[in-house]
Design a protein around this ligand. Structure first.
Ligand SMILES: *Cc1c(COP(=O)(O)O)cnc(C)c1O
Length: 438
């Protein structure tokens, strides 16, 4: 089908797969096997030394996972992808792949709680420091960059502030400094936002959320934009010097311009070093479930974004609501950026503050009947969480303030249920928690 540039909703069903050559199976088969029989001695040698791509052991490559990798690469417009056991593994590997002890990264301070911990508490123990900046002014990224900086890391839609960053400006700053821009596109999904179109170089996903879409499986993905020259600045010697782990070949020479694929150096290297050595591989069964999820990604998001907009407007007009964070509202400071970068809608996650602080938030959440109180987003079921207790509960008060977490804050992840039922649920929870009949 190379003669036609296919649309997103065709790619989400077909990309990366041909019907199984052995059986003709139309669905992607679950190759639940640890290992693959070599045809002969020569093939074993070629695959093991990566002189040829092929399957040998499912920690490194698996045909079911490979379809998912190729599909997400097609949807994001990247040169290649890597499936991992979780979004957290994807985030950690995305940084480890390009840093050594003494290096730094610059990240937006408005991050997923787990990423915040990784950058602020865990990576520094291994010698990689993060400078957190207020992302509302892109120039803050430039100010935090020095000769040790190896990447800028941001999220498409910040959590829990539901903020949007001026991607093009931040991408330009990364480019001017010879470092890649890494974007966590979990809340955006390739349907709402394609970071590579705006100059990002690497994308990470928690597939656990919208890609899976049904709250069944934990998984993560890294996507390579194929648009960063790792040989240019001298900052990434792992790409340009002989690799003792692979008989001394040079990654950039081998994968910098690979026939038929282009620049796949980053994504091959992260597989050969960090997936091979740290081992957080995705199971074929989970890859299968993520593929099922992807087939309906655009349809779910259309509905979820429309419902989120309705709920945000309802909350904004409610007398017992202090504030609402949703970039789809005209009053949001991120409305203009949302219009520019996310014209199909700024996601289906919103945050608001109830009057009455923590005590009211607690009563309100416990009164909801359709919304489930749990620590997840992106499910087809509507979800609610109290960030200060759950997603950012491990952070100190000062860290919470830095990340924008407030005690009265409630976060909704809007699902695919009927909008009138969702509005009814929110209405009855306000009534129940108002103290009048509590
Ligand atoms: C959930 C999430 C992660 C972590 O993903 P897991 O699959 O839970 O490990 C990273 N970033 C964002 C934005 C997330 O929502």
């Amino acid at each position: 089908m190379s003669e036609r540039k296919l649309h997103f909703d065709t790619l989400q069903v077909h990309a990366g797969q041909v019907p199984d050559p052995t059986t003709g199976a139309r669905a992607v088969p679950i190759y639940q096997t640890t290992s693959f029989v070599f045809k002969n001695f020569e093939q074993a040698r070629l695959i093991s030394s990566v002189e040829e791509f092929g399957f040998d052991y499912s920690r490194i490559t698996n045909p079911t996972c490979e379809v998912l990798e190729n599909r997400i690469a097609a949807l994001e417009g990247g040169s290649g992808a890597l499936a991992l056991a979780s979004g957290s593994a994807a985030t950690a590997y995305s940084i480890l792949n390009i840093t050594h002890t003494g290096d730094e990264i610059v990240a937006a301070k408005t991050l997923y709680g787990g990423s915040f911990n990784l950058f602020v508490n865990t990576l520094p123990k291994h010698g990689v420091k993060t400078r957190l900046v207020d992302p509302s002014d892109p120039e803050n990224f430039r100010k935090a960059i020095n000769e040790k900086t190896r990447a800028i890391f941001i999220e498409t839609i910040g959590n829990p502030d539901i903020n949007i960053i001026d991607f093009e400006k931040v991408a330009r700053i990364a480019q001017e400094n010879g470092i890649p821009l890494i974007v966590d596109n979990t809340f955006g999904t390739p349907y709402l936002f394609r970071p590579f179109d705006y100059g990002a170089n690497i994308i990470v996903h928690s597939a656990t959320k919208y890609i899976g879409g049904h709250g069944t499986s934990i998984g993560g993905l890294i996507v390579d934009g194929g648009n960063f020259d790792w040989s240019k600045s001298g900052k990434f010697p792992d790409f340009t010097t002989p690799d003792p782990a692979y008989s001394g070949f040079v990654h950039w020479d081998r994968w910098g311009n690979y026939p038929g694929a282009g620049n796949i150096a980053y994504i091959i290297k992260v597989r050969l070093h960090y997936l091979r050595d740290f081992g957080a591989c995705m199971s074929p069964f989970n890859a299968f479930l993520f593929l099922q999820g992807l087939e309906t990604l655009s349809f779910r998001l259309e509905r979820q974004v429309a419902s989120a907009q309705r709920i945000a407007a309802y909350l904004a007009a409610h007398p017992e609501v202090e504030w609402v964070n949703y970039p789809g509202l005209k009053t949001s400071p991120y409305h203009a950026l949302a219009k520019k970068y996310l014209p199909k809608g700024p996601g289906a996650i919103l945050a608001f503050g109830v009057k009455g602080g923590l005590a009211r938030a607690k009563k309100f959440i416990e009164s909801l009947k359709i919304f489930s109180f749990l620590a997840n987003v992106g499910d087809s079921k509507s979800l609610v969480v109290h960030p200060a207790t759950v997603t950012h509960g491990q952070l100190t008060e000062a860290e919470q303030r830095l990340a924008g977490v407030k005690p009265e804050q409630i976060r909704f992840s809007v699902g695919t249920e009927n909008i009138d039922d969702l509005l009814w649920d929110i209405g009855q929870a306000f009534e129940k928690s108002s103290g009048k009949d509590a």
